[in-house]
Design a protein around this ligand. Structure first.
Ligand code: IPM
Ligand code: MG
Length: 368
């Protein structure tokens, strides 16, 4: 039997509630497969800061270092609450970016997936949704503006200034391109390369390397598109995209837009993969306004578990069944109050009920 250690970083806001549902699923997956998980919760985020003075405490680092994979809930507080924490200790700067840096998780897979059964969540018209939306956004996650040199100060005129640099090396671009081409090869063999080379020098190098890597993937068609145009087409014609690759900040923004065209960031799980370690997280924030009410949908957290099963533990078939299990719960008309209003065909259930129903669906499916 294979045995894996998983670090569970519950995070802030709705984090602990949706993590509890992910744990339910992990326990069921253990029962159904020849696999065992050792699950260890560790504090991370704003709560960790208030408890121990650091949003990414050393003890948590140690648990993550020893883990085979990390499952992370959302972090952060409302804008007002965040102000109570020193800028560099706020959970985004003090915990999340250091987590990405520590494990060099340079690939961020963000599926933007809307099967027809979920089409009613989308704000797009049926004729635009067509047969559904199925895009894999690949975001470079440890370079660019978010990790470049930052400086603030007073200039010679006595005025405040700020400078942040967008830095990439050719190796950083090459390795994300390799992942993008390999992913495109496994899917529809079309890669949309997102850039802004009419303005940014970083995009000029990005595109040069895209052309170089493309030599090794003659079967993959590359379509270059400016990031601002891509934002428009995501709304007007999402069906034209299959795999999209882009630098860090473009990916942050366009993947949220991906959540927008699905109808909610609550439908956006993600996987962050480094050379040795991977962590999995919903793409959304901690939704402090609805925390503790048992109304947040755990789809993006359970979807992150599905990505973990496939990418860290080679349980591809079980991962597919888990996706199906979630789709079936929606297809039967159940939803949570954060995603839907009661009425029509929608039957509202709580976070934990939704998790139970997904578990029940999965339990009813045959194993391999
Ligand atoms: C995301 C988030 C983070 C990011 C924040 C919380 C730092 O928005 O994962 O998309 O900007 O990468
Ligand atoms: Mg974001």
């Amino acid at each position: 039997m294979s045995s894996y250690k998983i670090a569970l970083l519950d995070g802030d806001g709705i984090g602990p509630e949706i993590m509890a549902e992910a744990v339910k699923i992990l326990k069921l997956v253990e029962e159904r497969n020849d696999i065992s998980f050792e699950l260890t919760h560790a504090p991370f985020g704003a709560n960790a800061f208030f408890e121990s003075g650091h949003p990414f405490p050393d003890a948590t680092k140690d648990i993550c270092d020893k883990a085979d994979a990390i499952l992370k809930g959302p972090i952060g507080l409302s804008h007002e609450e965040s102000q109570k924490i020193p800028v560099d200790m706020q959970p985004e700067r003090g915990a999340l970016l250091p987590l990405r840096r520590r494990y060099n998780t340079y690939v961020n897979f963000r599926p933007v997936y809307l099967p027809l059964g979920l089409a009613h969540f989308s704000p797009l018209k049926p004729e635009i949704i067509g047969e559904g939306i199925d895009i894999m956004i690949i975001r470079e996650l440890v370079g660019g503006l978010y990790f470049g040199h930052k400086e603030t100060g007073i200039n010679e005129d006595g005025r405040r200034y700020v400078s942040e640099t967008l830095e990439y090396t050719e190796d950083q671009i090459k390795r994300i391109m390799e992942v993008a081409f390999k992913t495109a090869r496994k899917r529809k063999k079309v890669l949309h390369n997102i850039h802004k080379s009419n303005v940014l020098k970083s995009s000029v190098l990005w595109n040069e390397i895209c052309v170089e890597v493309a030599q090794d993937y003659p079967d993959v068609e590359v379509i270059n598109i400016l990031v601002d145009a891509a934002a428009t087409y995501l709304c007007l014609n999402p069906g034209m995209f299959d795999v999209m690759v882009m630098e860090n900040m473009f990916g942050d923004i366009l993947s949220d837009q991906g959540g927008g065209i699905l109808g909610s960031l609550g439908l956006m799980p993600s996987a962050c993969i480094g050379p040795e370690k991977a962590y999995y997280e919903p793409s959304h924030g901690s939704a402090p306004d609805i925390a503790g009410q048992n109304i947040a949908n755990p789809y993006s957290m359970i979807g992150s578990v599905a990505m973990m099963l496939e990418m860290s533990f080679n349980l591809d078939a079980e991962a597919k069944r888990l996706w199906q299990a979630m789709q079936s719960v929606f297809a039967k008309g159940f939803s949570t109050p954060d995603l839907s209003k009661a009425g029509g065909d929608v039957k509202l259930v709580s976070t934990s009920d939704f998790g139970d129903m997904v578990a029940e669906e999965l339990a009813s499916m045959p194993t391999n």
